[in-house]
Design a protein around this ligand. Structure first.
Ligand code: NAI
Ligand code: MG
Length: 397
């Protein structure tokens, strides 16, 4: 396992995840060799770069089975784009981590800010390599009144196809509401989002057993508050998925609980697991960050590498500790420290928690088919005609 703790609360919460891993290893559930990398804003201050060149990052990390990531960023000392551009985006693009999977769940014992939240349990599938976060663009005439900044958002047919297909496969594998919701903005971002919508419609026709719905991103952000329990799988482009998943985390109690997997479903490269929060410099160094998002990310990682029982132990412990309401960090309205919360998780693991599949997706991750591999195989066998793009009126072309 490669470990990249990052900056500020990143190393604080990753250290807690590693304490949990150590306990699992001591109990004989799993065994890992770990190697740590000091990349991030701190590395930039020390060396002038947040991480090695993108090619080297990929060459070093592809030898690992999985990557455990904290969070990068130290915006008061290092321009905030540096670690994103030198570390996070090279990781996501270089390792082709095109699915950013963000399970959203309202745990028993956690209060939602909503009056009547209902049973919230859905997954945001965020496209993670292109969209609005494409690095294409630039600035000209710096400092002059006519200075210009341009950034080009990119949706490719293949990029949309593979992530949308993953969302449908996931809805089928979860076997809950069997519903995929498409987030769009094709009324305004007419080029990229109309391609996105067309691909969604094309893939949807291949999953007649899965219900679909669609709304513009502004309306979706409203529905996440007004009726969050109706969602099952939400699929969105990079920026939209990023924003909606932070909102969803707040609706389910705290961003300190929200877990993310950056997946290469074909397993050509190691996948990366992290809390969805950033480096939280406002609370860093005080020992008060909630470690559960990082510990939950470890559960997803364990599930991904096939340590399904260990994964269930961790997610079961998280569910137990939250339901008991005894130990709560400040973001959950208590005064427990980061270490107190981890102690409670380790105790629950040691006592043997009720096994809970909620953060492991119940062992579903390894079962979800490999969309791009399927795509390549289908295209190879039948030619691109197997994927007739929809026309504007929905008829086949
Ligand atoms: P943030 O997620 O770090 O913080 C937003 C709010 O959530 C803050 O009030 C923070 O205190 C709170 N929060 C975050 N994690 C928490 C935890 N574990 N327990 C309790 N409260 C928690 O987002 P922000 O402030 O926009 O970004 C801070 C830095 O992190 C920036 O440098 C940004 O670029 C970077 N960042 C890095 C990410 C990554 O490494 N994947 C993702 C998002 C932001
Ligand atoms: Mg984010």
């Amino acid at each position: 396992m490669a470990v990249i703790p990052g900056d500020n609360v990143g190393p604080e919460v990753v250290a807690q995840g590693l304490r949990v891993l150590k306990r699992l290893e001591d109990l004989g559930f799993c065994a890992f060799d770990t190697q740590s990398f000091s990349w991030g804003a701190g590395e930039y201050l020390r060396t002038g770069r947040a991480a090695p060149d993108p090619d080297e990052i990929v060459a070093v990390l592809r030898e690992f089975d999985a990557i455990y990531f904290g969070a990068h960023g130290d915006p008061s000392r290092v321009p905030d784009w540096v670690a994103s551009q030198q570390l996070m985006h090279p990781l996501r693009q270089g390792l082709d981590l095109y699915v950013n999977l963000r399970p959203i769940k309202l745990f028993h014992g956690v209060e939602s800010p909503l009056k009547a939240p209902g049973d919230i349990d859905f997954v945001v599938v965020r496209e993670n390599t292109e969209g609005e976060y494409s690095p294409i663009g630039g600035r000209a005439h710096p400092g002059l009144p006519h200075e210009v900044a341009v950034q080009t958002a990119v949706v490719t047919r293949q990029g949309a196809e593979r992530v949308i297909r993953f969302a449908f496969e996931l809805a089928r594998a979860r076997d809950q509401k069997r519903r995929v919701h498409c987030v769009t903005k094709s009324n305004a971002m007419v080029h990229i989002m109309s391609l996105w919508d067309e691909v969604f419609e094309t893939i949807a026709r291949q999953f007649p057993d899965i219900e679909t719905s669609k709304s513009h991103v502004d309306a979706t952000s409203m529905y996440l508050v007004s009726r969050p329990s109706t969602f099952d799988v939400i699929v969105a482009t990079n920026l939209m998925g990023d924003i909606l998943s932070d909102e969803a985390a707040a609706v389910t109690g705290s961003i300190g609980l929200a877990v993310g997997g950056n997946l290469n479903p074909e397993r050509r490269y190691p996948s990366l697991f992290e809390p969805i929060h950033g480096s939280a410099p406002d609370i860093a160094g005080r020992g008060i960050a909630n470690p559960l998002a990082a510990i939950g990310a470890l559960a997803l990682l364990l599930d991904w590498v096939g340590e399904t029982l260990a994964a269930s132990m961790v997610s079961g412990a998280i569910a137990d500790v939250l339901a008991r309401r005894e130990v709560r960090t400040r973001d959950l309205g208590g005064d427990a420290s980061t270490a107190d919360m981890t102690d409670a998780i380790i105790e629950a693991i040691t006592a043997g928690p009720a096994l809970d599949g909620s953060l492991t997706l119940g062992g579903l991750l390894p079962k979800v088919a490999t969309p791009a591999a399927t795509f390549a195989a289908d295209v190879g066998a039948q030619g691109l005609a197997a994927y007739p793009p929809a026309t504007k009126d929905g008829s086949e072309r």
